[in-house]
Ligand binder design. Structure first.
Ligand SMILES: *[C@@H]1O[C@H](CO)[C@@H](O)[C@H](O)[C@H]1NC(C)=O
Ligand SMILES: *[C@@H]1O[C@H](CO)[C@@H](O)[C@H](O)[C@H]1NC(C)=O
Length: 229
C-alpha cells in the first residue's frame, strides 16, 4: 500500500511537473553552503559551495528575528532580510525570509522582487496590502489592483515580479514575516529605481514617461536621493 501510494505520488508529480517551476535552480546535492573564495575566481549562478566536510550547524542558522527593525526613516518601515547573504546554508535552496516592521502609518513602498513570489503573514497590526498585474494584452483593460486589509494571522501572496506594497493603517506598530521563493529575491523599489538612479536617468525620458514638467521630475528626484536598504 505504501509503495502504491509512493508510485501514485510519483506519477502525480510527473503530471504536474510542466506547470510547476521554481525561480532558483533545484539543488543537485543535499546542500551547498555558500562560502567566500577570493582565490578561486569561479563565477557560478549563485554562490560557491563550502566543502561539505567543513559545514557546521551554524551555516544553517540565523538569530535575531525577535528584534524589531529600525523604522526611523522617511517611509516608517524596515525590512530585515534572511537570504543567502545572511544565511549561507540557503544557497541553491530557492527560499528565503524577511521580517518587516512598520511604524504607525509606515509604508513598504511599491516594489517588485524580480526572482521571487512572496507570501506574507501579519503578526501584529493591520496592513493594507496589494499588488498590480502586468500590462493586459487587451488595450481596453487596465493593470488590475488586488488589495486587502490584513489582520494578525492573515496571509497574502504577491506573485513573482509584480509590483506590490504594504501600508500600516493603524496607530500602532505592525509586524509581518514573509517567505520568498528565492535564495536571493532581489528588490526593485519603483521610486528609487526611477527617480534615484546613479547617475540619474536623462530628464527627457522621465518628463515624457510620466507626462509632467521638468520641475516635477526635479522635485521627485530630490526625494529619492537616499538609500532605501
Ligand atoms: C564575504 O566577503 C565579503 C568581502 O570580503 C564580506 O564582506 C562578507 O562578510 C563575507 N561573507 C561571509 C559569509 O563570510
Ligand atoms: C534608528 O535609525 C536612526 C536613523 O538612522 C538613528 O538615528 C537611530 O539611532 C537608530 N536607532 C537605533 C535604536 O538604532
Amino acid at each position: 500500500m505504501k509503495m502504491a501510494l509512493g508510485f501514485l505520488t510519483a506519477i502525480l508529480i510527473t503530471c504536474f511537473a510542466p506547470v510547476a517551476y521554481a525561480s532558483d535552480p533545484s539543488p543537485l546535492q543535499d546542500f551547498c553552503v555558500a562560502v567566500n573564495d577570493s582565490v578561486a575566481a569561479v563565477f557560478v549562478n549563485g554562490k560557491i559551495c563550502k566543502n561539505p566536510n567543513m559545514v557546521v550547524a551554524n551555516d544553517f542558522f540565523f538569530s535575531g528575528l525577535n528584534m524589531p527593525g529600525n523604522t526611523s526613516n522617511p517611509l516608517g518601515s524596515r525590512v530585515t532580510t534572511v537570504n543567502v547573504n545572511q544565511l549561507p546554508g540557503l544557497n541553491t535552496l530557492g527560499i528565503s525570509l524577511v521580517r518587516i516592521d512598520y511604524a504607525s502609518y509606515g509604508l513598504n513602498p511599491p516594489h517588485t522582487h524580480p526572482r521571487a513570489t512572496e507570501i506574507l503573514v501579519v503578526l501584529e497590526g493591520t496592513l493594507y496590502v496589494g499588488f498590480v498585474t502586468s500590462n493586459p494584452a487587451d488595450p481596453n483593460q487596465k493593470n488590475k489592483l488586488f488589495a486587502k486589509y490584513l489582520n494578525p494571522g492573515d496571509a497574502f501572496v504577491f506573485p513573482e515580479g509584480l509590483i506590490h506594497f504594504q501600508f500600516n493603517v493603524g496607530h500602532k506598530n505592525a509586524i509581518a514575516f514573509a517567505g520568498l521563493s528565492s535564495q536571493n529575491p532581489g528588490v526593485i523599489t519603483i521610486a528609487n529605481a526611477v527617480f534615484g538612479s546613479d547617475p540619474p536617468i536623462n530628464q527627457a525620458v522621465l518628463t515624457k514617461a510620466f507626462q509632467v514638467e521638468k520641475k516635477v521630475i526635479d522635485y521627485l528626484e530630490a526625494q529619492f536621493r537616499w538609500n532605501i536598504v
